[in-house]
Design a binder for this molecule. Structure first.
Ligand SMILES: NC(=O)c1ccc[n+]([C@@H]2O[C@H](COP(=O)([O-])OP(=O)(O)OC[C@H]3O[C@@H](n4cnc5c(N)ncnc54)[C@H](OP(=O)(O)O)[C@@H]3O)[C@@H](O)[C@H]2O)c1
Length: 327
């Protein structure tokens, strides 16, 4: 069998995304064949497209994308947790920008009634991230002041929603004024427009000079130092991502100088290491959706073949919320 796949043969800009016809093998032991109905787009796809070395460099050629929802069409021996016809989703598994793929069955979770395939593709990776950030890295509680960068983005919007649901005061930053209302709607009590305002000064002002309890920094190189300076003594800086580039090496004595700050550089990969961990995250996200802690809105849908245009928009900071490609 063959499938259409969006692949990269060499690192580069969005133009390196090629539409290829590739062979698909039958599902083997513990595997399942999934026909994709919705493919989630994440900034990590851009890191995978552009990386020439380091943690984001994948072997080439590679099918881009790490998140999708779809229907199980065949199962191999021993793939007991799914059956033909199940609606399933997966995330943090390379090979998603395709009409079909063969996946290890243990990575698949059934999508419950009431959650559409597009919603699942919009929320599983980003919602899982938010779930572990809020429950495992810094246990956000009522009254905490959280500073969330890129609050109108995919992860940022869900983080703002869930933070407010837990009773925190969420201070969101956005790149441009047109995103401010989205961040407000997502639960930010205060929105800082980076182009016009100094976020460190604003965060200090909002917290009466004290500093915030926790910062979620998804921008990286451009914001790390000021993020660190926005935190109260014994607060935490969570370095979530690197939209503007990796954070340069750090002199750890800075953490002492700023008031015994905790620093975390977590990755979702740690939280999907086995079946039990995946089920825990999935249950957390589905429960979060059910009780309204988060909503699974899709900010942008586009045909799978338009993946390059979508990458241009994502890197150009033109997108809002989650993006889903339709095969
Ligand atoms: N550690 C983990 O486990 C984990 C898991 C998932 C995602 N992440 C991270 O979470 C972040 C958000 O991911 P996402 O997929 O939801 O993407 P996203 O937030 O929807 O899109 C990226 C956003 O980053 C902002 N940005 C700031 N500087 C930028 C720059 N120089 N170039 C491009 N964008 C810039 C833009 O928002 P503004 O215009 O508002 O600034 C842009 O819309 C990423 O950093 C990603 O790596 C981490």
């Amino acid at each position: 069998m063959k499938t259409r796949a969006i692949r990269v043969h060499e690192a580069g800009g969005p133009e390196v995304l090629k539409i290829d016809e590739v062979d698909l093998k039958e599902p083997g032991e513990g595997e399942a064949l999934v026909r994709h109905t919705a493919v989630g787009v994440n900034l990590i796809d851009v890191y995978h497209r552009t990386a020439t070395s380091g943690q984001y460099a994948l072997p080439r050629p590679t099918t881009l994308g790490v998140e999708a929802a779809g229907v199980v069409e065949a199962v191999g021996a021993g793939a007991d947790n799914v059956k033909v016809g199940d609606r399933v989703a997966y995330w943090m598994l390379p090979g998603a920008y395709a009409n079909r793929r063969v996946a290890p069955a243990w990575r698949l979770v059934r999508i419950p009634e009431g959650v559409t395939d597009q919603a699942a593709a919009a929320v599983m990776l980003k919602g899982s991230t938010v779930f572990y950030l809020l429950h495992d890295i810094w246990k956000v509680k009522k009254g905490d002041n959280m500073l969330v960068h890129t609050a109108a983005g995919g992860v940022g919007r869900l983080l703002s929603q869930w933070g407010r649901h837990l009773g925190a005061t969420v201070i969101g930053t956005v790149g441009s004024a047109d995103k401010a209302m989205v961040a407000k709607d997502a639960g930010c009590a205060h929105v800082i427009v980076m182009k016009d305002q100094d976020f460190e000064a604003e965060a200090r002002k909002i917290t009466g000079g004290r500093g915030v309890d926790v910062v979620y920094d998804s921008i990286g190189a451009d914001t790390f130092d000021k993020s660190l300076s926005s935190i109260r003594p014994l607060g935490m800086l969570v370095s979530v991502g690197q939209a503007s580039g990796p954070v340069p090496p750090l002199d750890i004595s800075k953490l002492a100088q700023k008031g015994s700050i905790f620093l975390s550089k977590p990755t979702l990969a740690t939280f999907v290491a086995n079946r039990e961990a995946i089920v825990r995250l999935a249950e957390g996200v589905f429960a979060g959706l059910k009780r309204g802690a988060i909503t699974a809105e899709v900010g942008l849908t586009a045909p799978l073949d338009k993946a390059a245009d979508v990458h241009r928009a994502l890197e150009g900071r033109k997108t809002i919320g989650s993006i889903v490609l339709i095969p």
